[in-house]
Every structure is written in C-alpha cells, then in structure tokens.
Design a protein around this ligand. Structure first.
Ligand SMILES: Cc1cc2nc3c(=O)[nH]c(=O)nc-3n(C[C@H](O)[C@H](O)[C@H](O)COP(=O)(O)OP(=O)(O)OC[C@H]3O[C@@H](n4cnc5c(N)ncnc54)[C@H](O)[C@@H]3O)c2cc1C
Length: 302
C-alpha cells in the first residue's frame, strides 16, 4: 500500500480509525486512506486499485455511513480535498453553479445564497458532500437534489470522464441511478435568481426547523430508515412501536426524532445494528411494514 503513496505523490494515511472520518464517530481502522487533491489524482488512484484488484470504498463526508467495528480492509478514497466551485454562463444563456464532489453541500447552499441563487434552501444543514449527496439524492423539506441538478460529470468504470446531462440518468428516493461503479466528479446546478437577503432569511427558517426537529449534541447519521410509501413517516412508526429512548450499549433511539439512532456514549457499530434489527423486526411483525435502511452499512472489505 505504501507504494501507492510514492507512486501518486498523494497523501496517504495508514490505519486511520473510521470513527474520525464519519459523523457517527463509529468504525474501526481502515488499512489506508487516500485524499486525492484533484480529478487527475483520483483517476490514477481508481485505475490503480482496479488494475491491482484492491478493495476500495469512496467516501464523501461520511454522514450516511455506518462502518464496521473491524474497520475496512483495503483503501478508502476520500474526496474531501476536491472542493472547487465555479459559476459560468452556458451557451444557452443559463447560469450554472458547478461544485466538485468534495465540496460540503451546506457551503454550496450558502455560497449560492450569497450570490443570489435560489432553489437549494431546503437542503441547508444536510452535512454531506456534493458527490455523496448526489449519489444519495439527499433531500429535505419536500425537495431533493434531483430537482436542481443540471448535469453531472462522472468517472466511469473505465476511468474515463463522461458528462451526463439531466435525462441521461434518473433519481429515486435517496438514490441516483448512475452507471455502475461510477464516481461523481462534479455537479452543475441550475437555480433561480432572487434577492440574497430573502434567500438568507429562508435559510435561517430551515435551520430553525432542523434545530427543533433533530437531536443535537450527539453524533448520528441522520435518518436511519427510509419513509415507507404508505404515508407514515419512519420516525412516527418507530415512535408508535415504543422505541423512543431505547438504549443498546452506547447507542440510543433518539428521544427527539425516533428515526435517529444516536451515538450516546462510545457506541459500537454492533450496538446500532442490534437496534436496527429490533426495529425492523417489530415494524414487520406488529405493523406489517418492511422498513428499509437509508444509511449504508459498510462491512469490512476483503
Ligand atoms: C445530522 C444529520 C442530518 C442529516 N439530514 C439529512 C437530510 O435532511 N436529508 C438527507 O437526504 N440526508 C441527511 N443526512 C444524511 C447525509 O448527510 C446525506 O445522505 C448526504 O448526502 C451524504 O453525503 P456524504 O458526502 O456524507 O456521503 P457519504 O456518507 O460519505 O457516502 C454515502 C454514499 O455515497 C457514495 N459517494 C460518496 N461520494 C461519492 C461520489 N463522489 N461519487 C459517487 N458516490 C459517492 C459513498 O460511496 C456512499 O455509498 C443527514 C445526516 C446527518 C448526520
């Protein structure tokens, strides 16, 4: 693994506890973590791992992930250093805001607001990166990224850059149907023009809603389960099943929002997984509802 470092002249970290790279503050050590600074470096790393058959995982801000207590055997590729941002006028006359995968989504929303671009306000406060948020079609307040994405540049399975216009891919609930194994390099957004002060006021409102409805002060991964299609929000269902406040080891079903399982006190992945299992079983047996995970559980690579 050290060879990759000298070969690509990229900073590599060995034996990094994944709890340091995730909002959950859970996860054992990753063998190696790479932090490519640009597309060229990311491309070289991906080509290399593919050629050598090295197990790897792409990490954004780590806010939708539960890593194993055993950590990850292989290479974690973190996009956090790739956070360029630009505003440009298209030949069609439309102005697009373009952000690299590693740019924090909230920073993008903030910058858009300051520049007088409206349409992203409900996404304010989602702690993911742009790339991770596109991959998960992150959303809040009735809107999601798919509403404003204009085009995406991906690195495809062969290590080639491809630009996909809206329509060449589809989005679903917390899901983006990108070609298999592709990596989001950058995303362009088309937004409306509005007075920046008005947008900033709206951001403030969304921030207050978030503050009142979500647990604060403890690490989490946001909502653990997807809302089911029967109209009952997963949090409400979990609350009705009596899980609010239930503790397992260091993890607890939040007393504020039952779809959050918080890391109350040095929780292990297995504590969270036990709670997940109990909730899923209860939802199935007592309400006939099959709950699906919104978070991604990553078990150790080979
Ligand atoms: C307090 C809190 C509140 C939250 N609120 C919301 C909310 O309101 N709405 C919501 O939708 N989510 C919410 N989330 C969940 C999370 O922030 C989003 O899902 C976010 O979009 C994930 O982005 P990320 O960069 O952290 O992705 P990660 O967690 O790092 O990765 C998630 C997935 O995306 C993949 N991925 C990452 N980067 C790329 C890339 N460049 N190309 C392709 N795939 C990639 C990863 O491999 C992984 O499969 C919340 C989380 C927390 C902790």
């Amino acid at each position: 693994m050290k060879i990759i470092g000298s070969f690509l002249e990229e900073p590599l970290a060995l034996g990094v506890p994944l709890k340091r790279l995730t909002s959950y503050r859970i996860g054992g050590p990753a063998d190696v973590v790479a932090f490519p600074r640009d597309t060229k470096a990311l491309t070289s790393i991906l080509r290399f791992v593919k050629q050598e058959g090295i197990s790897h995982f792409l990490l954004g801000n780590g806010t939708n992930l539960l890593f194993d207590d055993q950590g990850f055997r292989g290479l974690i590729i973190a996009t956090t250093r790739m956070k360029k941002f630009s505003v440009c006028k298209e030949p069609s006359g439309a102005t697009l805001l373009t952000a690299q995968a590693g740019m924090p989504l909230s920073l993008l929303v903030w910058r858009a607001a300051r520049l007088g671009f409206s349409g992203m306000e409900p996404l304010w406060g989602i702690p993911g990166s742009v790339g991770g948020s596109v991959a998960c079609n992150a959303g809040a307040g009735g809107s999601s990224l798919c509403d404003i994405v204009s085009k995406i540049t991906i690195l495809n399975i062969h290590g080639e850059e491809t630009e996909l216009e809206k329509g060449a891919f589809s989005f679903g609930y917390r899901f983006c149907d990108l070609p298999p194994e592709s990596v989001v390099l950058k995303t362009s957004f088309q937004l409306d023009r509005k007075n920046p002060d008005e947008i900033l006021k709206t951001l403030e409102n969304f921030r207050n809603i978030r503050r009142l409805s979500q647990p604060r002060g403890f690490p989490s991964c946001g909502c653990v389960f997807k809302n089911s299609s029967n109209g009952l929000a997963a949090g409400e269902l979990i609350e009705r099943l009596g899980f609010k406040g239930v503790i397992e080891g260091g993890a607890q079903v939040s007393n504020v929002h039952a779809n959050f399982i918080i890391n109350r006190n040095k929780a292990k992945a297995r504590d969270v997984l036990v709670l997940i299992e109990k909730i899923v079983e209860s939802a199935q047996n007592r309400a006939g509802i099959k709950l699906e995970l919104e978070i991604k559980v990553v078990t150790s690579g080979k």
